[in-house]
Design a protein around this ligand. Structure first.
Ligand code: URA
Length: 434
């Protein structure tokens, strides 16, 4: 078998066999296939698509590229959640300790930022000392002791996804349905969770721009999950504006900490409660989503979710002084507020532009291996549907470079659209697929 023939076959719109897909995955992980050929095949997949059999074969080949965890010896049922990626999406930071504090073990493998969308690992690493490179033994031990663990691909789980993810991030090959399905589901399958809640984002700040595409992605992941005997629920949620207010690594950790202390952070708290409610339902802790939402809200109100967060961060090497006193987290040298120069109703936010603005400030990667500036980011003070008056603050920008800050300001202003007529606020969720 030769990789060039596989690239040409997919380029010409043909269906790849499971053997060809396995050959590609093994060759790429072993280093026999270079990045440029892998990137060419990824682009061919993005342009020509894959059918269900190909996507299933790709998912399983990626899942089996490293160790496959079995967690039954630790807990009878382990739950997980995963988002398809959005702007300001720090839901995992709140939901996983909340669910774990309800007595449902959460073992999660997360990713880094991808294109305009932030990554949970990057956010967590803004806490000094936090280790996302756990070994399998450490992953399992922490799951047993703390009931919550959140690691990166370093645990030799689905290493193919770790490599491909970094390559896709910088080669324009992120928004492909089979690549997203296989990326997410390979990690979930390898990490051994029995029940998985998928948060499928749709809108300007998501990889899926239309409800039809988001449904196809959600259904694709639910089908793959079923094939391998996992309980899966997919929520389709709005990403036509950043979630909550903060976008940027340390800023988002601060916002998540505020939510864990019970603060109402606009749409963010409600979103977290619904995802937690679904996890508690899927994990058998409650009989209805509503009961799950109530239990999650009580767990936050009692302080138990916050205590679990601290315990988890400490167990993973994070310095809890920084989360106890979040002002100590990395902060930017330049802080500028951008105010409205016109009045009107906020009609739309180009959320991917906000994500890319944060990347351009240094909060994400433009090239593989770029270092992250955890301090930079944006706070957005308005939501679609809000009435805005001249002089009202729209954004607060956090930067460490004057030139980048000035460009970012212009870019942020261009990302908003206003209307004279009232605008209906956006919903949080559109659909639920089981
Ligand atoms: N999240 C992932 O883990 N992978 C993708 O491809 C997109 C979002």
């Amino acid at each position: 078998m030769r990789i060039i023939e596989i690239i040409e076959k997919k380029r010409d719109g043909h269906i790849l066999t499971a053997e060809e897909i396995e050959f590609f995955i093994h060759g790429y992980v072993d280093g026999d296939i270079p990045d440029y050929q892998a990137a060419a095949l990824l682009m061919a997949i993005l342009l020509c698509g894959m059918d269900d059999d190909e996507t299933g074969a790709l998912t399983l080949a990626m899942a089996h590229s490293g160790e496959m965890l079995t967690l039954q010896d630790i807990a009878p049922l382990v739950v997980d959640k995963h988002s398809t990626g959005g702007v300001g999406d720090k839901v995992s930071l709140v939901v996983t300790p909340t669910v774990a504090a309800c007595g449902l073990p959460v073992g999660k493998m997360s990713g880094r930022g991808l294109g305009f969308s932030g990554g949970t690992l990057d956010k967590l690493e803004s806490i000094p000392g936090y280790r996302s490179d756990l070994t399998v033994a450490e992953f399992k031990a922490q799951l047993q002791q703390v009931g919550l663990v959140l690691s990166g691909q370093s645990v030799n789980l689905a290493p193919a996804d770790g490599k491909l993810y970094a390559l896709r991030d910088v080669t324009g090959t992120v928004p492909s349905l089979p690549l997203i399905v296989s990326s997410i589901m390979s990690k979930k399958i390898a990490a051994g969770a029995d029940a998985i809640v998928l948060d499928v984002k749709v809108g300007t700040g998501a990889f899926m721009k239309t409800l039809d595409d988001a449904r196809a992605l959600a259904e694709g992941m639910v089908r793959i999950g079923k094939r391998v005997g996992r309980r899966v629920t997919a929520l389709i949620s709005d990403m036509n504006q950043p979630l909550g207010r903060a976008v940027g690594n340390a800023l988002e950790v601060r916002e998540a900490i505020a939510a864990l202390h019970g603060e109402e952070v606009v749409d963010f708290r409600e979103h977290c409660l619904v995802v937690a409610g679904e996890m508690l339902l899927l994990g058998g802790k409650v009989d209805t989503v509503e009961a799950g939402i109530d239990l999650a809200a009580q767990t936050i109100a009692s302080g138990a979710a916050w205590e679990k967060f601290r315990e988890w961060i400490a167990a993973q090497g994070g310095d809890v002084r920084y989360v106890d006193d979040p002002i100590r987290l990395p902060h930017a040298r330049i802080v500028e507020t951008v105010v409205a120069s016109r009045s009107g109703f906020l009609a739309h936010i180009q959320a991917d532009e906000i994500g890319m603005t944060v990347v351009s400030l240094g909060g994400g990667r433009e090239q593989k291996g770029d270092l992250i500036d955890y301090a930079v980011g944006v706070e957005i003070h308005v939501k679609v549907g809000d009435r805005v008056e001249v002089g009202q603050p729209l954004f607060t920008l956090y930067a460490n470079d004057e030139g980048k800050c000035a460009t970012a300001m212009q870019r942020l202003l261009r990302s908003l659209g206003f209307s004279e007529a009232p605008v209906v606020p956006l919903p949080l969720f559109y659909d639920r697929i089981q």
